[in-house]
Design a protein around this ligand. Structure first.
Ligand code: SF4
Ligand code: SF4
Length: 374
């Protein structure tokens, strides 16, 4: 398996990483099977988190990686923001993973202003990370983020102490959280940081097109892309895709954005081609807020029941953390859907056939009036 350099750290990581979250769903013997197969195929990057099953994922990995520590790059994460809590969890993580050092220790899930301020309000978990680095208990400090990357970016800028960033990349969230590809990644590279990707399949939403999903994610500027698997067939499938991997060209990406079934004629691709609106409505900006709110999942079209349940689940998962920000941002706009005259000039310019006034109406219901039936 191809290896890439993790930023300027000098650590080489396999282009695919094995994530620890789904290891909670299987027995230790099956975890061992996955771990052995992954290493056998040339994989060396493993990541988990103290919070996954309250340490269970770490314990399973610790047990199954016994005797293999020198062959692998090992990362875990901590959600605690305070100094005492973070130190406690670091020691527990090392014990669970049966190791005396981590290659990366991530400050986990930095996604809100509170996450940021509690880390910047020193002493905090960041001080534990800095001391642990000096003590040789961790090699690199990471930050992991989901959704809007603003707070992770501020942490990176303000502290100058973060070595690695972990974030999600896929051809759906590209349009919900455009700053990830447009700003976070260039910032990380400018600082020589390592980049760890996750959620290539958008939490399962892109499950019908795994080749496109993984190929797209691997074509971005990423050092390792973490995948989750709860059975060997799934892992074999991902590695099979990787073995046939060729980077996607810009034209191929454009074609994917045009034709992807999951994007259809609802998801705004943030191309700005519908602008200007004669009434001054900032159409793509408004649709971006919808992406923060529910990942543009609730389109009020009729979907098969399984698809509907998945959409609801994924929409809920995201808007739990981000609900207020898009509502506030929408409130701040001087002009919104209420100014729309339904002239349809915008829709006639949209290369993706989005019914823009209708979508604006849906977003207005979500962000200004609550989730009413359309
Ligand atoms: S339909 Fe509405 S949003 Fe579109 S251009 Fe006309 S006024 Fe603007
Ligand atoms: S033209 Fe369509 S896809 Fe492009 S920004 Fe406007 S609504 Fe979004």
């Amino acid at each position: 398996m191809e290896k890439r350099s993790l930023g300027t750290s000098g650590i080489e990581v396999s282009i695919l990483g094995l994530g620890g979250f789904h290891l909670l769903e299987i027995k230790t013997a099956q975890v061992a099977q996955l771990v052995d197969y992954f290493i056998d195929q040339g994989g060396n990057y493993f990541e988990t988190a103290a919070e996954y099953g309250n340490g269970e994922s770490e314990k399973k990995l610790g047990y199954t990686l016994k005797g293999k520590r020198d062959k692998i790059v090992l990362a875990s994460k901590v959600h605690k923001r305070d100094k005492e809590g973070a130190r406690h969890y670091l020691e527990r993580t090392l014990k669970n993973l049966d190791t005396d050092y981590l290659d990366i220790w991530f400050l986990h899930h930095v996604v809100t202003p509170d996450d940021l301020s509690s880390l910047l309000d020193r002493p905090s978990a960041l001080d534990v990370a800095l001391s642990a680095k000096k003590e040789g208990k961790i090699r690199l400090i990471g930050v992991s983020t989901h959704g809007r990357p603003d707070f992770a970016m501020e942490l990176i800028e303000k502290t100058g102490e973060i070595d690695v960033v972990m974030t999600h990349f896929n051809y759906f969230d590209k349009f919900n959280f455009p700053k990830i590809e447009d700003e976070l990644i260039p910032l990380a590279r400018e600082k020589g940081m390592g980049i760890v990707g996750m959620k290539a399949f958008a939490d399962g939403f892109l499950h019908r097109h795994p080749e496109d999903a993984l190929r797209y994610a691997l074509s971005l500027d990423v050092d390792t892309m973490v995948v989750g698997a709860n059975n060997i067939e799934l892992l074999k499938k991902d590695i099979g895709i990787l073995n046939n991997f060729t980077p996607m060209s810009k034209d191929e990406m454009e074609e994917l954005f045009l034709n992807a079934e999951e994007l259809g004629n609802y998801v705004c691709r943030q191309c700005d081609k519908c602008l200007p609106c004669p009434e001054g409505i900032e159409i793509p900006e408004i649709f971006k807020y919808e992406g923060w709110y529910d990942r543009q999942m609730r389109d009020y079209n009729i979907h098969p029941i399984e698809e509907h349940i998945m959409r609801e689940h994924l929409a809920f998962w995201f808007n739990g953390d981000y609900k207020d920000a898009p509502i506030e941002a929408y409130k701040e706009l001087k002009v919104n859907y209420l100014a729309c005259t339904h002239c349809n000039i915008c829709s006639s310019r949209c290369p993706y056939n989005i019914d823009i006034p209708e979508k604006l109406k849906i977003v207005h219901k979500k962000l200004a009036e609550g989730e009413l039936l359309i």
